[in-house]
Design a protein. Structure first.
Length: 134
């Protein structure tokens, strides 16, 4: 199920807003996405809340369709971003280049200041930075 972050500072550069670990694909969790995001994003503007909800939904849907569990979702506020960083991790190793941008990633690209893929020892993380509305 969805869990909340502890709000701890990581080296003074970010605050974790919320985290979730999913052992298997569970489409029902996407239905509760707005409910889970309401607590960590309680102080966000309506536009940031909407954009983060869309981005998390798109990245989780891609992970469920194209990757293998376990999955992880993390929301944080890195100082360098000036908004919310969304990270969705999975246990699949795939290239970071040559990915065709499907409709979901085009939406993420258009809503975010930046996005990308990081390889990690246990798989990969797709991240996206949603900046605060002007």
């Amino acid at each position: 199920m969805w869990t909340d972050g502890n709000g701890a500072q990581a080296a003074g550069t970010e605050r974790v807003l919320g985290e979730a670990r999913l052992a298997e694909i569970d489409p029902m969790l996407l239905m509760d996405l707005r409910g889970w995001l309401a607590r960590p994003l309680g102080g966000a503007t309506p536009q940031v809340f909407r954009d983060v909800t869309i981005v998390v939904g798109e990245l989780m849907t891609n992970a469920f369709r194209h990757a293998e569990p376990p999955f992880a979702v993390r929301l944080s506020t890195p100082r360098s971003v000036g908004g919310v960083r969304v990270e969705v991790g999975d246990s699949t190793f795939s290239p970071t280049t040559g990915w065709p941008l499907g409709r979901g990633l085009l939406i993420v690209r258009d809503l975010c200041a930046g996005w990308g893929v990081e390889h990690r020892p246990d798989g990969k993380v797709v991240w996206a930075d949603v900046t605060k509305a002007a």
